[in-house]
Design a protein around this ligand. Sequence first.
Ligand SMILES: [Zn+2]
Ligand SMILES: [Zn+2]
Length: 438
Amino acid sequence: MSALKFMRPEHWARIEQHLANTRGERFAFALTKTLYDGEDGPVLEVIDIVLIDDADTQPNHDGYYLSENALDRVHNQARATGHGLVEFHNHRAAPPAFSSVDERALAEMAPYAVDLLDGTPYAAAVWAPGTIRADWWRPLPGAHVERGQFRTVTVLGEHLKVLNAPPVTDERFTRQIPLLGPEAQAAIGTLRVALVGAGGTGSHAALALAYLGFRNLVVLDDDHVETTNLNRLVTADQADLQAPKTIVARRRMRAIDPRINIRTLPGLTHSGTHPELRDVDLIIGCVDHDGPRHRLNQFSIDTRTPLLDIATGVDESAASVALGGRIALLLPGEACLTCQDELDSAEISRWAKPEQAQALDRAHGYGTGTANPSVVYLNALAVNAALAELGAWISGARTPARWLDIDLVGTMKSPGTRIGPRRTVPRDPGCVDCAHLA
Ligand SMILES: [Zn+2]
Ligand SMILES: [Zn+2]
């Protein structure tokens, strides 16, 4: 599996409009950058698009063909810029599939293009109203090519679209589909999500993701269940003491829906390359320390993966106990956690130190945050508020709040729980983490 990501919604909007507004067949191309070439296939980012003029498309006895001139122009543009190519064309009827004419043309074109473009992946997609089918080709040793289907073709923007999600027809979602819509349920069933942290907040997220219908997950955590977790780790009970938190999360999620595919892995490390985070559609951060949170911020930017970051905390040093949380839905290319001055640089640098130095820090009272006070209803509130915004984003029902603050204390005059959107600062053009994204 693999992914094709439209980072600019207008790129997809223009391709779709081009393909939809014709009685015959039309062609369009996307120029791509390879973000990751993994075991399961490539992860590609759309950099630019080319719409093919009708004058360059000719009907033939068995279909429509692109003129040699137009093909040369597109190939030369890709070669000159070092990009890969995705070819799009339209069919009239859904579900879209490559016809035998398409297959004959692609059997020739794909190996030719892979070779011409110096081994960058080639891809082709058929559009039909409402959905697409998209496949990729990449070189194998010995002048062969490998072919696969994209797991997801996503459009990131105010609304997250998954263009190739197969419909979900499962009775268990009967009460939910009227709220989210069939397209959102299909998207949820297709998206691959990395849940980083399976502790206090992560355990709530794990259960809710399973109930919502997410079926493709990677769960990362190092920790084992301890007695002091049992006040809030909703995936575990007394009998799970000493079991890895990832394993208890997986067991509960599979008990909710046995079809869920879950890969469990150790937690984030400072220097780890974490290939498992490079081919996902969404990262959900449920970590309790700014070291890994900063790393997730970087991963989100580098892999062009949206990050839903959930932070909860108790500040006992405040004049009155501060109890609350913060949620951020971050899209690469927009203001990141560092732009928002949201991260504690002392905490980040402590996490970057070797384990021995970290132990020394702990001995001197600079903890890693794992022993912070925590309570089940704070975690539940934060996670569910975050998932409500995620639901709004995937369904398109309304604009999601990108930043939410949760305050469980209120003021002297007006005590009580408040959840409200935060006024954020614009992206910092000099940000050390995201300035390199144009
Ligand atoms: Zn076709
Ligand atoms: Zn930034």
